[in-house]
Design a protein around this ligand. Structure first.
Ligand code: PHE
Length: 451
């Protein structure tokens, strides 16, 4: 099939790959979404269901995507095309999904930049909710910050796989880990934090009053596993395609999924105890880190410093994820249209930057532009998280289980039988039946109105 040029690039070491892939996984999904989802969905109950799905779906699907990538050494579209032309649509859905996610992901990335700036300039956030609402509803600021975030993402991707992506992750991820541990310790030792810790660790079944409550928690947890591990849209295929043959994919996928969960749990510890300690509700939703958390920082000694550290941390997490999103689409343009890396990444960033402006404005001037009661931002995130990601993951499992075959993928996973694959049978059953069945259920339930 397609000739892959030597210049395609690659990670310099297995460690570099693990850090970059973990950088992709650990992002706004962990620091922004996970705590608010846990806060809204019964705390510990959500946490345990989430962890169960990480094992049943997260690790096997990560492994599957990485194996497809390393086997084909191509972007998601090229990869499926090479393995079986009929299934190219899975790759197309993935690249489209990465494109859409980045348009709005960068908007939230911009909000994070704005908050870093606010802490640096010591902006008064006496009324944190009003501060947040004023900001997201204004017409210029969110756009400017979004474009800045997109430009920064572009800069790293222009740098390439080893010089840009790998280096950025190598520096940012350890810092992120250090900061979040400091913040979690700080939060746990706040007077009154015990309630929050209990909420996060001890299941309180009173949160489940009906079957529909339970179904919603399942749904939120499963969706979160895909989003948080960057699955179902080819990010792991793309990163896997830059991996050398010798790597141990089983070990790598387990490490990546475990680190991702660890970051989510640490974020839970950094945020929920603090929210409880200062008497706020954990159920604020998407505004939790922008509206509730600044109030917490405000009432804490050295709160300004912790606020600053927190948002820098969220920024690191977000940028290493947005880089992976841009890389998926960039790698496709490089492989397929033989574009130069710099041309592809700049061109794509400009296009996504412009589309993202509409998402950025959908909280303010364009909030009336709606489709079935959803703003542009909501529609974009619905199409990606609720439609394309489960769609891509479902068909990837079917493809691996029933088309490409468990034997063929096992060959790749075991490096032609040089590494043992002890849970091969289980992997086969998950790919063939369990994962598609679970995803199908998520997919269907997400269309049942909950109100
Ligand atoms: N996993 C990232 C996060 O948790 C988001 C993401 C999704 C990144 C899909 C790449 C691909 O924020």
């Amino acid at each position: 099939m397609k000739q892959v040029s030597e210049k395609r690039g690659g990670f310099t070491s297995s460690m570099g790959f693990i850090l970059a892939a973990t950088g992709s996984a650990v992002g706004l999904g962990n620091l922004w979404k996970f705590p608010y989802l846990a806060g809204k969905n019964g705390g510990a109950i959500f946490l345990f269901i989430y962890l169960a799905f990480i094992f049943i779906l997260g690790i096997p699907i990560t492994l599957g995507e990485m194996a497809i990538g390393r086997n084909t050494k191509l972007n998601p579209i090229g990869a499926y095309q090479k393995l079986n032309k009929k299934y190219t649509f899975i790759g197309i859905s993935g690249v489209a999904c990465a494109f859409i996610i980045l348009c709005y992901y960068s908007v939230i990335g911009g909000w994070v930049l704005k908050y870093i700036a606010s802490y640096i300039t010591n902006a008064t956030m006496d009324d944190a909710s009003a501060y947040f609402q004023n900001f997201i509803q204004s017409s210029a600021e969110p756009v400017v910050w979004h474009l800045l975030f997109m430009a920064m993402t572009c800069l790293i991707v222009v740098g390439g796989v080893s010089q840009g992506i790998e280096k950025a992750s190598k520096i940012m991820l350890p810092l992120l880990f250090f900061f979040i541990v400091v913040l979690a310790i700080r939060a746990i030792f706040l007077p009154g934090s015990a309630e929050g810790i209990k909420y996060f660790l001890i299941p309180n079944f009173a949160a489940i009053n009906s079957f529909s409550d339970f179904a919603n928690i399942l749904l939120a947890a499963m969706g979160q596993v895909f989003f948080s591990l960057s699955l179902g849209m080819g990010a792991m295929i793309t990163y896997g395609s830059y991996l050398q043959k010798g790597a141990n994919l089983q070990k790598d996928s387990t490490i990546i999924a475990s680190l991702d969960s660890l970051f989510a749990i640490l974020a839970g510890f950094a945020i929920l105890p603090a929210v409880f300690a200062f008497g706020y509700e954990p159920t604020a939703g998407p505004g939790l880190i922008f509206e509730t958390l600044p109030k917490v920082f405000e009432s804490m000694p050295f709160g300004g410093v912790f606020g600053f550290i927190f948002f820098v941390l969220v920024f690191f997490a977000a940028i290493t994820s947005s880089v992976s999103l841009l890389e998926v689409v960039t790698s496709f343009c490089i492989d397929n249209f033989k574009m130069k890396r710099i041309t592809a990444s700049i061109l794509l960033s400009v296009i996504m930057g412009v589309i993202g402006i509409f998402a950025a404005l959908s909280f303010g001037p364009l909030s009336n532009v709606q489709l079935f009661g959803n703003t542009i931002f909501d529609v974009m995130s619905f199409i990606s998280d609720k439609l394309l990601m489960p769609f891509g993951a479902f068909f990837m499992c079917i493809f691996i289980g029933h088309v490409w075959g468990v034997d063929a993928i096992s060959d790749e996973i075991t490096n032609q039988n040089t590494i043992a694959f002890k849970w091969r049978k289980l992997f086969g059953i998950i790919m063939k039946y369990i994962a598609p069945a679970i995803i199908f259920i998520i997919f269907i339930t997400s269309f049942i109105p909950t109100k």
